[in-house]
Design a protein around this ligand. Structure first.
Ligand SMILES: [Zn+2]
Ligand SMILES: [Zn+2]
Length: 308
């Protein structure tokens, strides 16, 4: 079964510091990497991390603020030097195509592979692949901004061995067929359908990424029943007024979002560089939502499946 691992490549807001880079999170699943935001220095952070890029499957940018995108041209240049072959989907708000046109016109960008540029304009599924899809919802920031959720497709329910035996299904290939959702016919002509031997289907993992935003409906939609909610936490609890004026959230806002959306775990990121330590952010969030973590650069998180 696939495992999903998150690696935080930069966890600060605004400007990169030697002690803390700016926004980027890599999600690894089955040797594929999905990158959410690509702040300045992201490729160096990735090289310093314990993860190898593997197959970069897609890059998703939330909005056009430098601390989320300035690492992209450099990363694409390196992929070209590394002779990447496959097409690379790149999703971002409207303005993406104009940006790339300009980069190409001034000769900064000459990728040796195909870029599939997609401007996100409406909520829903924006990208899908083998066993997964990515949804987008609009966030509320100073500029147009989209949050994303990586969602695995639902898996078939548990196979009830005793029930299958009782129905006369012989152990062997027929078990496999039923598990794959195919009906079978027994020697006596009786048809057994998967529903006869499989429990209810089990949801796949959901990982939501909400960065940057004030508390809003879109963030709650993304976070709904998520296994992990990654949420910006630029300011400390009690600083809501200033945070919201600047288009950001506090750690308490992030915790309220996780709680309201029934998320399982919350990971805070995008901390104001004024605050070098994450302790007070975690404390402020835990008062509202206990299962909270704070990411430092290179923080790795193995997403646990919640099996019944
Ligand atoms: Zn930011
Ligand atoms: Zn921003």
């Amino acid at each position: 079964m696939s495992s999903v691992k998150l690696v935080f490549l930069g966890t600060g807001s605004g400007k990169p510091l030697p002690s803390r880079g700016v926004s980027s999170v890599a999600l690894f699943r089955d040797g594929q990497m999905f990158m959410f935001d690509c702040g300045e220095g992201t490729q160096v952070q990735l090289a310093k991390s314990s993860m190898r890029p593997g197959t970069l499957e897609a890059i998703l940018l939330t909005h056009f603020h430098g601390d989320h995108i300035n690492g992209l041209p450099g990363l694409l240049g390196t992929l070209t030097l590394n002779q990447r072959q496959g097409a690379l989907p790149l999703l971002a708000p409207k303005g993406l195509k104009q940006w790339f046109k300009t980069l190409r016109q001034v000769g900064i960008l000459n990728t040796g592979f195909t870029m599939e540029l997609q401007e996100v304009g409406k909520a829903g599924v924006v990208l899908q692949g083998d066993g997964w899809h990515i949804e987008a919802h609009k966030l509320k920031h100073r500029v147009p901004c989209w949050g994303y959720a990586f969602v695995e497709n639902a898996r078939p329910g548990r196979f009830d061995l005793e029930r299958a035996k009782a129905l006369g299904v012989p152990p062997g290939p027929m078990f496999g067929k039923l598990q794959r959702g195919e009906s079978i016919v027994l020697e006596d002509g009786k048809t057994i359908s998967p529903d006869d031997v499989l429990g209810p289907s089990r949801p796949g993992l959901k990982i939501a990424y909400c960065c940057d935003t004030v508390p809003c409906e879109g963030a709650i939609e993304l976070a709904r029943d998520a296994d992990v909610l990654i949420h910006e936490s630029t300011y400390l609890a009690g600083e809501e007024k200033m945070a919201h004026k600047r288009g950001h959230s506090t750690c308490a806002d992030a915790a309220r979002c996780a709680k309201e959306a029934n998320a399982h775990a919350l990971i805070l990121t995008h901390f104001s560089q004024k605050h070098p330590h994450v302790g007070p952010f975690v404390e402020g969030a835990k008062a509202i939502f206990e299962n909270t973590y704070a990411a430092n650069d290179f923080f790795e998180f193995e997403v646990q499946r919640r099996e019944s």
